[in-house]
Design a protein around this ligand. Structure first.
Ligand SMILES: Cc1cc2nc3c(=O)[nH]c(=O)nc-3n(C[C@H](O)[C@H](O)[C@H](O)COP(=O)(O)OP(=O)(O)OC[C@H]3O[C@@H](n4cnc5c(N)ncnc54)[C@H](O)[C@@H]3O)c2cc1C
Length: 369
């Protein structure tokens, strides 16, 4: 049996950043990732500047990548009624293909034992059954993202939830060639969904939308048909989908996304990132939240050593204080946008009051950490 101090399940942003931070602080870390880097992920790829300094501290030199810095927001209702606003903090654009791979390379450099192409199948009493054999660890961290085989194995409550309004979303992503400014993120609403577009590295743009599984079902599971019948009703999206050139033939899609509340620890597994709670993508800071949670968890481990009970209590308090109200505001915003008439009314009401827009954005974001 392979034994390590800390085992991390899932090498997305939360898993990779915590592995690097813990290894830099002298811990013996093994990280399991079921895919092989680099690979594409469904994500809007707009990263709030909250995490810029943290990534630099971990040894990712973002400045030399010359990434687009995004300072402005445009939001439109399904009928095209729009509002523009300067972002209080802003963000940068980078594909997950590039960002996750940079973190993976850094994790290897600092001595993390990263096992790729390896799926964790079961965890019991700190013992992990994987496709690459059995492993044992004093601490097990769960950073496997929005939904995985392990959520089913653990029988987590959001898996069996019947609240369709919170648990049945799909995400679709394209990389496109577009003629838009490089410092803007645009969010265009359509019936039961919204589509974001912003620049990433190498002059490309990421166009990514979230909608309900029911919306797709109504269009016979045909993504292109749904886009034509629903998304094209927004004049911005109609123009973008018909004129921006996709960089790969088929979009990347995921289903069964849930925004329901989750626990931060279960069966001796301590969770961070989307595994602990997912904010609606409309807020544009799930990635920074995943990294922030990973940082809070790593710092708690560095402070408390291997005392699992103390780590869960301390980290649980910090997690709640940092993210709970953001997640609530995110859910509220998600419930308002998506209804064609309500979205239009809300945008018209917000237009003359930029301080209210500022407030909403700030309530879903934190400070640099
Ligand atoms: C449509 C959409 C658009 C979004 N747009 C944005 C945006 O523009 N900005 C933003 O900040 N956030 C956005 N988000 C949110 C953001 O993508 C997530 O919050 C972020 O990826 C969370 O990181 P994570 O590390 O928790 O999980 P992930 O990045 O999902 O990583 C989890 C990893 O675990 C691996 N894994 C899963 N199960 C196992 C297993 N059993 N064994 C081994 N490995 C496993 C997976 O392969 C994956 O690599 C968006 C989300 C969606 C759905």
């Amino acid at each position: 049996m392979n034994t390590h101090q800390i085992a991390i399940i899932g090498g997305g942003l939360a898993g990779l950043t915590s592995s690097i931070e813990l290894a830099l602080n002298g811990f013996d870390v093994v990280l399991f990732e079921k895919e092989q880097y680099p690979y594409h992920k469904v994500c809007g790829e707009y990263v709030s500047l909250e995490s810029f300094d943290y990534l630099n501290r971990l040894g990712i030199n973002l400045t030399q990548l010359n990434l687009p810095i995004i300072k402005r927001l445009k939001v439109s209702a399904p009928n095209g009624n729009s509002l523009a606003h300067d972002l209080p903090l802003g963000g940068f654009g980078i594909s997950r293909f590039t960002l996750d791979n940079l973190l993976y390379q850094r994790a290897l450099d600092v001595g993390v034992n990263v096992i790729t192409g390896c799926k964790v199948l079961q965890v019991e009493n700190h013992s992990l059954t994987t496709t690459h054999g059995l492993f044992n660890a004093q601490l097990v961290l769960g950073t496997w993202g929005k939904r995985s085989n392990l959520d089913v194995k653990l029988n987590r409550s959001f898996i069996s939830s019947t609240k369709r309004s919170l648990s049945n979303y799909i995400g679709v992503k394209y990389h496109v060639v577009a003629d838009l400014p490089d410092d803007i993120i645009e969010l265009h609403n359509f019936k039961d969904g919204y589509c974001g577009i912003s620049r990433i590295e190498d002059g490309k743009y990421c166009m990514c939308y979230l909608t309900t599984g029911d919306n797709l079902k109504e269009h016979h599971g045909d993504i292109r048909l749904m886009e034509k019948m629903v998304l094209y009703k927004n004049p911005y999206l109609s123009h973008y989908f018909q004129n921006f050139k996709p960089l790969y033939d088929e979009p990347l899609a995921i289903s069964q996304i849930s925004f329901e509340g989750k626990s931060i620890a279960q069966n001796g597994i301590i969770m961070a990132g989307d595994t602990a709670g997912l904010i609606t993508p409309l807020c544009g800071n799930g990635m920074s939240m995943a990294m922030h949670a990973a940082h809070l968890l790593s710092q708690t481990i560095i402070k408390n050593g291997m005392d699992e009970t103390k780590i869960i209590t301390d980290y649980g308090k910090k997690w709640k204080a940092t993210f709970e109200s953001r997640l609530k505001t995110g859910k509220f915003i998600q419930s308002v946008f998506g209804h064609p008439t309500i979205t239009n009314v809300v945008i018209s009401m917000l237009k003359p009051f930029p301080f209210l827009v500022n407030r909403l954005i700030k309530q879903t974001h934190g400070k640099p950490f």
